[in-house]
Design a protein around this ligand. Structure first.
Ligand code: G3P
Ligand code: MG
Length: 244
């Protein structure tokens, strides 16, 4: 069985401003074996890594990502809201993360944030970028927008997909088979050990999010999940080291 994935949520977002290069670098130092990040598109079609559709919370700018050009976006300070020491951090482009991760053995979980603001062409653009870097076998594309996941699978059957959901999906491994998905990115309350086992029998992996309590991490590891998405990759790395 392959090692449990230690997936840093928006990078090491407990220690650095989320979805910045600082957070991604720190997660590698802290023992993450994968990085989760959120992908959106600027007004001029550039792929950028940011969670909210609005820029306000993390940059202070009162516009949508979709209304902002890449040039405008690059002026914004994406770090000070977290701590003034990070004032030089910018909203990164997807290719900057791919460049960082390419020489390592890390995997990537690219979450397409297209459930609220639609970004026509997002799937094609993300797949093109992944292929340009030759990283198709190291990426899992996830989304709460399952139409988008279907489209990704149609466009790129070689890239894994993960179904994001909050709760109560009935026999999600059957649904995964129906939409050709490889993994269940379930909110951690929606994970029971018997479900993990049933999914595993069908070759479907569980990667619950966002798990920050060591006790919850332990339970999920005992249940046999294939990966955990956390703001604290150092804590998860410690637990995984204990288990091996
Ligand atoms: O991909 C897991 C998690 O990031 C999904 O929720 O809102 O943190 O992007 P959110
Ligand atoms: Mg996310």
């Amino acid at each position: 069985m392959s090692a449990v994935l230690n997936i840093a949520h928006r990078g090491a977002s407990a220690y650095c401003p989320e979805n910045t290069l600082a957070a991604f670098r720190r997660s590698i130092e802290l023992g993450a074996t994968a990085i989760e990040t959120d992908v959106q598109m600027t007004l001029d079609g550039q792929l950028v890594l940011i969670h909210d559709e609005e820029l306000l919370r993390t940059t202070g700018c009162s516009k949508l990502v979709a209304e902002t050009t890449m040039q405008e976006l690059r002026q914004l300070d994406a770090g000070s809201w977290f701590d003034p020491a990070f004032m030089d951090e910018r909203v990164p482009a997807l290719h900057e993360l791919l460049e960082l991760v390419k020489p390592t053995s890390l995997q990537l979980n690219l979450e397409l944030k297209n459930g609220v603001v639609p970004y026509p062409g997002l799937e094609e653009a993300v797949i093109e970028e992944i292929r340009r870097f030759g990283m198709a076998d190291r990426v899992i594309i996830s989304s709460f927008n399952h139409y988008s996941l279907m489209q990704c699978k149609r466009l790129a059957p070689e890239i894994r997909t993960g179904i994001l959901y909050m709760e109560g999906l009935y026999e999600p491994w059957e649904y995964a088979r129906r939409i050709g998905a490889d993994a269940l990115h379930a909110y951690y309350y929606a994970v029971l050990p018997e479900w993990v086992a049933q999914a595993a029998e069908r070759g479907v992996a569980y990667h619950p999010f966002t798990v920050n309590e060591p006790e919850v991490m332990r339970k999920l590891l005992d249940a046999g999940v294939a990966g955990i998405i956390t703001d604290y990759p150092d804590v998860l790395a410690g637990l995984l080291a204990e288990k091996n």
